[in-house]
Design a protein around this ligand. Structure first.
Ligand code: ZN
Length: 487
């Protein structure tokens, strides 16, 4: 997802001495749970931490560029949060530009849903279940206490790594604050957030009987990806065996008068029309070993057998033994010379005099370098290429002893950087959700014969929370996926 414009890099987790010294909040009764709670951070510190992490989330994951959808989620979430026991927090609700099925919360009331989870939900009541659960983590201060413990545990490591901020990740010391977000909540925290989520759903006048659908959806997404990645939401919000059963029992124990509650299925589903579905190839995609970036108009071939990943800020390939890497990112400087100077003048870096060269016709500057880091000495090649008004920084490196083994493959990968000229690749568009109103009773399977989709029938059934052969009534709105796969 390497962004078209340079974005601020996530800074290492900053721990202020004040945070450790100021245990002012001490023991307080939590307004949402009624429990006595020991907290090392005050509410204002909690908000400040949330604001800092919020900047990192925005920089490293990115917000989904649809102002109408953002406004909707912000207003929707604010309305639910206003019913909570902490209505005075600076609540904010955003859609992040991520295809995975996930939602998460930061202390202080910063809540995010991915475009991936929005595509998989089928009503506003289900969205209320997800957002209510995240609000519950905030009101019960699960996030605040979790991050506090994590920060305390990481103090030594972080203080060590910020000594050389530019090279920290080379030494494997990168400790992005985002890692903190992706720690598991405890089983008790999850039950409590489910319980609170149900409470806020009811206060928002949503039919609580829709909440178990969210667990069913997550189970299905998980099963569909078995062998692969589990949905991030399940990874961070563990799903103890009887979680759905528990919430169903809780709903069964409620006064059974759900008259006047709302589900808002159609109005929710209509909002998804045009939503980007799956990975967005405009942000770059892999075709075998080749990485193609239509917006930035380049391609690059990574070494055979290396594991690759496309992040918002860098594209990285790591050797099978994880002892060498090739990284590509946008430099913030405006010329290859300036970018090379900035890189080679970092503390701990020594390099030959950078040489001007051309890489597949593009002006470039490069040199071998040696970097002394706290994790040991690294050796590598750095290459700065000017293309399309931007400067690309390509770095191949390994521990000093390993570099001779990898040098040829890494240097070859660096020099494979080339302008993208293939028009099919340049014009690739993401798949999108389209809303179809059934004109007669039909199944997803039958509909797929009439309306070919680039995704499997099983995926279409999954996002609609039905089976491929489930008959759907005339007039029903169905989520479809349209577009062409990347060439
Ligand atoms: Zn949770």
């Amino acid at each position: 997802m390497l962004a078209s414009r340079p974005r601020p890099r996530p800074r290492a987790l900053r721990v202020t001495a004040g945070l450790l010294a100021a245990c002012t909040a001490a023991c307080a009764t939590n307004p949402a749970t009624g429990a006595k709670q020991l907290s090392l951070v005050s509410e204002s510190q909690e908000i400040q931490m949330g604001r800092e992490y919020d900047r990192e989330v925005t920089a490293s994951i990115g917000l989904y560029p649809d102002s109408a959808l953002q406004r909707y989620v912000q207003q929707f979430g604010s309305r639910l949060a206003a019913t909570s026991e902490r209505p005075g927090l600076p609540w904010s609700f955003h859609v992040v530009d991520d295809p995975v099925v996930n939602a998460f919360a930061l202390p202080g009331g910063f809540i995010y849903v991915t475009r991936g989870i929005l595509a998989h939900l089928n009503s506003e009541a289900e969205l209320a279940g997800v957002v209510g659960h995240e609000i519950g983590h905030v009101t019960a201060r699960h996030t605040a206490s979790r991050i506090t413990k994590q920060q305390l545990a990481q103090v030594g490591l972080v203080v060590g790594s910020i000594a050389s901020p530019q090279l920290e990740r080379y030494a494997g010391l990168a400790s992005s604050a985002l890692n903190v977000l992706f720690l598991k909540y405890s089983r008790d925290d999850e039950s409590q957030a489910d319980h609170l989520g149900l409470r806020y759903m009811r206060r928002g006048n949503y039919d609580p009987r829709e909440m178990p659908n969210v667990f069913r959806m997550l189970d299905r997404v998980s099963a569909a990806q078995s062998g692969g990645r589990i949905p991030e939401w399940l990874a961070t919000h563990p799903n103890p065996e009887h979680r759905r059963e528990r919430i169903e029992q809780e709903i069964a124990a409620l006064p059974q008068s759900f008259g006047g509650t709302v589900v808002n299925q159609d109005s929710y589903v209509r909002r998804l029309d045009g939503l980007v579905f799956g990975d967005n190839p405009r942000d770059g995609y892999f075709k075998g070993r080749e990485f193609i970036h239509p917006d930035l108009r380049f391609r690059l071939t990574f070494p055979d057998g290396w594991a690759t990943s496309n992040g918002k800020q860098a594209v990285v390939a790591v050797s099978p033994q994880k002892d060498a890497a090739v990284e590509l990112e946008l430099a913030k400087e405006t010329s290859a010379d300036a970018a090379a100077r900035a890189f080679f003048s970092q503390r701990g870096v020594t390099a030959d005099y950078p040489a001007r060269t051309r890489v597949n016709g593009l002006p470039a500057v490069g040199a071998p370098f040696v970097a002394t880091t706290e994790g040991g000495t690294l050796t590598g090649t750095a290459l700065f290429v000017e293309h399309g008004g931007a400067v690309f920084r390509l770095v191949g490196y390994a521990a000093e002893a390993g570099w001779p083994t990898y040098r040829a493959a890494a240097d070859w990968a660096l020099r494979s950087f080339a302008p993208l000229t293939d028009s099919a690749a340049l014009n690739v568009q993401p798949l999108r959700v389209a809303i179809v109103k059934l004109e007669r009773r039909a199944t997803i399977e039958a509909l797929a014969h009439e309306r070919p989709s680039p995704v499997p029938v099983a995926t279409l059934a999954l996002i609609n929370q039905v089976e491929p052969q489930t008959p759907l009534e005339s007039g029903r709105l169905v989520k479809w996926v349209v577009g062409h796969p990347a060439p």
